[in-house]
Write a protein that binds this ligand. Structure first.
Ligand code: NAD
Length: 309
């Protein structure tokens, strides 16, 4: 099976490296920055000139792009994947985007007898590097079984969730909950710190209590507790995911009161210049509205100088 891989970002680059390391002959292309493709080429992948050339050379093409616009451009744009598609080729799209866009892509690729799997992921950059992603797959079950050995190089949990488009639905619901959990940490810890609690003690106690969410393990150590916001998962990408949930809720006439507020906070943090930071910066932004810094070093500094409180 020859594999094309398009979208060598924070997630795609380590995922593609796992595909190459597993022995799949792999093709990619350069977008804006050469380094991720060059790194893949040093491992044995071949760099081609366009998405069309990648789909022409490959049996299965994986895409993991920022959102709908980039997927549309990669498939339908000049020298896009569609130009190189022919009967039997398979697109596995792992982007977090709308089901509507992916269904449009599926329709166009089906017209040239291509096939599509919808396969967004969760597990973050750590899961992308260690092959521990959860992959939520929408599409034909036999096609999933055919592609499973390839998917298994990237994910340890591969779950069939329904037809094409349903992977995107499950992923967006996860993102609603992840974003709300993150901001709850920011808001609650801000109050705790203001009342004199040490954020590391809050984490230590609540990780075994009913207020726990996995987001605490994911974004307290290494991010909020250190005041470090190197992505990771960019804040503007989480803002995009929350807005996808809002769009869907509007279309389905489902009230999403909490998610509306979450969206406003992500928009405000993005407007304040945090869009390229890790999404955990939104929790610090929220705490910052109360003048609270969650990261422990600053807390120690202010504890050493109580008059600054
Ligand atoms: P990223 O911004 O780091 O990477 C996106 C990549 O796509 C970049 O390398 C960019 O050059 C490339 N790209 C954009 N337009 C292109 C085009 N027209 N042709 C070819 N390449 C193009 O984003 P990421 O963090 O890797 O996220 C990718 C997707 O995975 C998003 O949909 C995101 O929501 C989702 N996701 C991210 C995480 C995470 O922790 N980062 C976790 C789960 C899911």
């Amino acid at each position: 099976m020859k594999v094309g891989f398009i979208g060598l970002g924070a997630m795609g680059a380590p995922m593609a490296q796992r595909v190459v390391s597993a022995g799949f002959e792999t093709f990619t292309t350069i977008h804006k920055c050469c380094e991720p493709a060059d790194a893949l080429a040093r491992m044995g992948a071949t760099i081609l000139t366009s998405p069309a050339a990648v789909s022409e050379a490959s049996d299965v093409i994986i895409t993991i792009l920022p959102a709908d616009a980039e997927l549309t451009e990669t498939v339908f744009g000049p020298h896009g994947l569609l130009e190189g598609f022919s009967p039997g080729k398979i697109l596995i799209d792992m982007t977090t985007c709308t089901a509507t866009t992916l269904r449009e892509v599926e329709q166009a690729l089906s017209a040239v007898q291509g096939r599509v799997l919808d396969a967004p992921v969760s597990g973050g950059t750590a899961g992308a590097a260690n092959g521990g992603l959860t992959i939520m797959v929408g599409g034909d079950l036999n096609l999933l079984e055919y592609c499973r050995p390839l998917l298994a190089t990237m994910g340890s949990r591969i779950v069939h969730v329904g037809p094409v488009g349903q992977g995107k639905v499950v992923k967006i619901i996860n993102q609603m909950m992840a974003a709300a959990n993150l901001l709850m940490i920011g808001e609650a810890f801000a109050l705790g710190v203001r009342c004199g609690a040490d954020p590391t003690i809050l984490y230590d106690v609540i990780k075994d209590s009913s207020g726990y969410s996995r987001m605490m393990d994911s974004r307290l150590p290494g991010f909020l507790l250190e005041g470090a916001f190197q992505p990771g998962f960019k804040l503007d990408l989480m803002k995009k995911d929350v807005n996808l949930a809002l769009d869907s809720a509007r279309a389905q006439r489902v009230p999403v009161l909490l998610t509306s507020t979450v969206s406003q906070i992500f928009s405000a943090a993005s407007g304040a210049g945090k869009g390229d930071a890790d999404f955990s910066a939104a929790a610090q932004y929220l705490a910052g509205l109360a003048g609270v810094e969650l990261h422990k070093v600053q807390k120690e500094t202010s504890a050493a100088n109580p008059s600054s409180k």
